[in-house]
Write a protein that binds this ligand. Structure first.
Ligand code: MSP
Length: 504
């Protein structure tokens, strides 16, 4: 199966923060999971570089827009690498390949008869780069940024969105799972049903953008330019090869709820008009909240993901974000919560289980995992955990998948207590039993590692390595997720997750 997954492309008006990292990690988890299933995956992320907001940010720094973008886009690219994101391409909307594709795309809208020139005045929020209807404002302010939109009047090219209202509503009704969770689907459908107005898709007041191909005096509206990235990237990501026919339509666009309307209403209408298939689904996650407020660069309430990773390790951060906050819902995160989960679940439950297993195989069996006939009951519990985990990942329920994995981690810890290998070791008559227990702990941890690898890729490989189990990428495919352990030499090493001791 083909699996094309995207993140939003992030604005380069300011540096990346943990909110951006969150979506990128989420998409990475799903991309890695699908590779593990054996799917042919294309994972796209990148930066959104045109528009007023970016031009203003550059001007404030006394830089040209391009100089500014080159610098900040690099910060996003570095973040992507530091997050260990397995993206296949990093798109920048200033790439010549993207700009050329955007022009072709809008020509298709024009050829379809869906573009008209009009004069328009409206309330514009620069932070959103979007117009608001009076009815959507809260106390006269943008509901997302709490700033007053400015009146903007221009002669622009319009996309006749209103023409697509019925087709969109029909599409939504025919595809109730297209936007998930259901609450977001309802929100998008009700927005469509309230009536869609035509939208301006060009700007004459700014120059930082992709020129309208038939009118050099206008640039294409940044949101139209940006949405098209999901198509354009495929045309030049691999030099000399057009991946568009291979990977489009995308299986999943990921994002937070702030940009739902653009992706669930405007994007499908643009695709219908230009004659492209619609993506197969969109998953809308919640906001990471710190101290109760949305972490947003516009409000200056930012946690630096670089510092978090440096102090506590990347995999621990990846784990925490999806363990703590149910994927799809808003959730509060903080250092205290992180330290608690880290100590309880990573240090005590997972890390200790690995250390104990390695040390018992060392002590009782000379460091070589014995061959044995497994405990059928335990093996069945392992298989059930793998099945549950797979079903959750298939449904993009990352938090629930982690829960299934943790059920198995906790089951294995209980198994150690129940069987007490240290007692079995004292009784020669129990030698075969001890072989079986040690074998099954290694087999169980091997399954834990496989299931965990989309979320904690380096940790999974490290556990397998310590257990002497095959750990090349091909060995991590889910087709190998059976209850078994190679009879190989284990490696003792320092704790995987040294406990965080309380400060002072
Ligand atoms: N450039 C547009 C997207 C264009 S996509 C064709 C944009 N950029 S953005 O930099 O503002 O990124 C918004 C996205 O960043 C959100 O939809 C979400 O994916 C992510 N997040 C930003 N802050 C976040 C949180 N506090 N919590 C969760 N996600 C966050 O909008």
């Amino acid at each position: 199966m083909r699996y094309y997954i995207t993140t939003p492309i992030y604005y380069v008006n300011a540096d990346p923060h943990l909110g951006h990292a969150y979506t990128t990690i989420a998409a990475d988890v799903l991309a890695r999971y699908h590779r593990q299933r054996g799917d042919d995956v294309f994972f796209l992320t990148g930066t959104d570089e045109h528009g007023n907001k970016v031009a203003q940010a550059a001007a404030e720094r006394g830089l040209s827009p391009k100089e500014h973008c080159d610098e900040v886009a690099e910060h996003f690219r570095v973040l992507t690498r530091q997050l260990n994101a397995s993206n296949d391409f990093f798109i920048r909307t200033t790439d010549p390949g993207h700009e050329a594709f955007v022009q072709q795309f809008v020509l298709r809208l024009k050829d379809a008869g869906d573009i008209e020139k009009r004069t328009y005045g409206g309330l514009y929020c620069t932070a959103c780069e979007g117009f608001y209807y009076e009815r959507d404002l809260v106390d006269g302010k943008c509901p997302i940024h709490q700033i007053e939109p400015q009146w903007l009047e221009e002669e622009n090219y319009y996309f006749l969105l209103s023409r697509y209202q019925e087709r969109l509503a029909e599409f939504f009704r025919a595809h109730p799972g297209w936007v998930r969770p259901r609450s977001r689907y309802n929100e998008a459908l009700s927005f469509i049903e309230q009536g869609l107005e035509d939208i301006s898709i060009s700007r004459s007041s700014i120059t930082w953008g992709v020129p309208v191909p038939w009118d050099a005096g206008q640039v294409i509206y940044v949101w139209v330019d940006a949405l098209i990235n999901y198509l354009s990237a495929l045309t030049y990501a691999t030099p000399g090869e057009d991946l568009l026919p291979v990977f489009w339509p995308a299986q999943l666009h990921t994002m937070a709820k702030d940009i739902l309307k653009f992706h669930a209403v405007i994007w499908p209408a643009l695709l219908m008009s230009a004659g492209y298939a619609l993506p197969e689904g969109e998953i809308i996650h919640g906001y990471l909240l710190m101290g109760g407020e949305k972490m947003s660069k516009t409000r200056g309430n930012v946690l630096d993901p670089f510092a978090v990773m440096e102090q506590h390790g990347l995999d621990a951060l990846r784990f925490y974000l999806f363990r703590e906050v149910t994927f799809g819902q808003d959730g509060v995160i903080g250092l205290e919560g992180f330290e608690q989960r880290y100590n309880n679940e990573l240090a005590n439950e997972l890390g200790n289980l690995v250390s104990r297993t390695v040390s018992m195989v060392g002590k009782y069996r000379g460091g070589i995992t014995p061959s044995a006939t497994p405990d059928a009951g335990l093996a069945a519990e392992g298989a059930a955990a793998v099945d549950a985990c797979r079903a959750h990942f298939d449904a993009t329920e990352i938090t629930a998948a982690l829960e299934s994995i943790w059920d198995l981690v906790r089951r294995l810890n209980r198994y150690v207590e129940e069987r007490a290998p240290w007692r079995l070791a004292k009784d020669e008559a129990q030698a075969a039993h001890l072989d079986q227990v040690l074998h099954d702990l290694v087999a169980g941890l091997r399954l834990v590692s496989l299931c965990l690898s989309p979320v904690m890729p380096d940790t999974a490989v490290e556990i397998l390595r310590r257990l002497g189990q095959p750990c090349e990428p091909a060995d991590l495919l889910l087709e190998h997720a059976q209850w078994r352990a190679a009879s190989a030499t284990v490696q003792a090493a320092a704790p995987l997750f040294p406990r965080i001791e309380p400060a002072g």
